[in-house]
Design a binder for this molecule. Structure first.
Ligand SMILES: Cc1ncc(COP(=O)(O)O)c(C=O)c1O
Length: 398
């Protein structure tokens, strides 16, 4: 076992006699529908899928694909795919009729729904998507962030005209405070995690994320590939990763890729919940400190938990050094491979692959899909790692 990670296999993931939940809500049809809605936005473009041919040869892996979400809507992370779709669905319900996404952004639409305030809790990326959409709608946004959020992420939110509230607590505290204040103030709460009585919006957010998986499958096919044998997905509250696992299950069923869910060791709520093995989600034991700010969440989204418990194959708890290693490798590729600028939470999948491939028998016949979920959303932190060599690690034997 590598010094940099621990993993646990979920023995029930391949047993279809015991499934509690369906993955239909993140199916291919849902993804198609959401993508067609997004394609009416002028900012919508599919993000690149990079095949790292030379790195895969060096590592002895059949293929390594990296979906580069730093290009998403010019917002430097995938997260807006969820928030914008949830806002669109909220407004559609308010209007009481079918509307197009172009219509909600038209100057006339605001008259239909009046003045609104959207709120979200965030490490930065989800809140930026909600703030950006609110700006485009001509509406207000109030975004709650945990203590210690880097100034650049706060600035990016403020630059949209949104109010940023940095609370004296972590991400989970920010979610609780934002939900309480939102109810008191009558705001439209756009949370990427669910709780009792609050399920629709997080479900829409997860449906929004399916667009990137839909694009990736299409891009793999267009490049002459078939389907990945493995997907490595990073988890904070787990909405993103569960959306991916659910999406692939809904297309391929038992033939779906092996899914590897990755968390920082101080915020490993899914890994620890699988380890406890009582079928329930548990709060992480760690203090959530990690350079992977987007994954610094201690409470699983219950909707995501149900999908992961039923379908996800491997859970990884890993150290920050693996994220730094991945950022450097993606940013300084082997000759002939394309460079990917990938931030702390975005990069982690590659470092995990490098350290886990032998134990999981990932080799020449394996085709691995990684999602670089963010670019350099903390530009100083990015350079500290990539130029300054922060968080060094021993290279795995290649
Ligand atoms: C860049 C990035 N990657 C991955 C995630 C994880 O998403 P989720 O919280 O839905 O698990 C986040 C969450 O904010 C993020 O910002």
């Amino acid at each position: 076992m590598s010094n940099y990670l621990d993993f646990i296999k979920n023995e029930r993931a391949r047993d279809y006699s015991n499934k509690k939940v369906s993955t239909d809500f993140v199916s291919q049809d849902v993804a198609k529908k959401v993508r067609s809605i997004y394609s009416e936005m002028q900012e919508y473009q599919k993000t690149p899928l990079v095949s790292l041919e030379n790195l895969s040869k060096k590592l002895g892996v059949g293929k390594i694909w990296v979906k580069d979400e730093s290009y998403r809507f010019g917002l430097n992370s995938f997260k807006s795919l969820g928030g914008i779709y949830a806002i669109y669905r909220t407004l559609e319900e308010m209007a009481g009729r079918d509307i197009s996404i172009a219509e909600i952004f038209s100057p006339y639409f605001k008259k239909t729904v009046g003045e609104l305030t959207f709120s979200a809790a965030t490490d930065g990326n989800h809140g930026l998507g909600v703030a950006w959409a609110s700006m485009k709608l001509g509406q207000k946004a109030v975004i709650y962030l945990p203590k210690g959020t880097v100034p650049q992420r706060i600035e990016a939110i403020k630059n949209t005209g949104a109010k940023a509230v940095v609370i004296d607590g972590n991400y989970d505290d920010a979610v609780e405070k934002m939900a309480r204040d939102g109810e008191k103030e009558g705001w439209q709460v756009i949370s990427d995690t669910a709780w009792e009585g609050y399920q629709d919006i997080p479900t829409w957010i997860m449906q929004g994320y399916t667009v990137l998986f839909h694009e990736a499958v299409e891009q793999i096919k267009q490049s002459g590939g078939d389907k990945p044998t493995h997907i490595i997905l990073q988890a904070g509250v787990g909405s993103f990763s569960a959306s991916g696992v659910g999406y692939f299950n809904s297309i391929y069923g038992k033939e779906r890729p092996i899914s590897i869910i990755v968390e920082p060791d101080n915020a490993a709520c899914f890994y620890e919940s699988i380890q406890i093995n009582d079928g329930k989600p548990h709060r992480a034991k760690g203090d959530l400190s990690t350079i992977m700010a987007g994954l610094s969440c201690g409470v699983p989204n219950p909707i995501a938990w149900d999908i992961h418990f039923d379908y996800s194959d491997v859970f990884v708890s890993c150290r920050d050094e693996l994220s730094a290693l991945s950022m450097r490798v993606l940013g300084n590729p082997l000759k002939g491979d394309k460079k990917v600028i990938s931030g702390e939470s975005g990069a982690i999948g590659l470092g995990v692959l490098m350290h886990i491939k032998n134990e999981l028998e990932i080799g020449k016949d394996s085709e691995v899909l990684l999602i670089s979920t963010e670019g350099d959303t903390d530009p100083k932190g990015y350079l500290d790692v990539v130029w300054g060599g922060k968080f060094p690690s021993e290279l795995p034997i290649m």
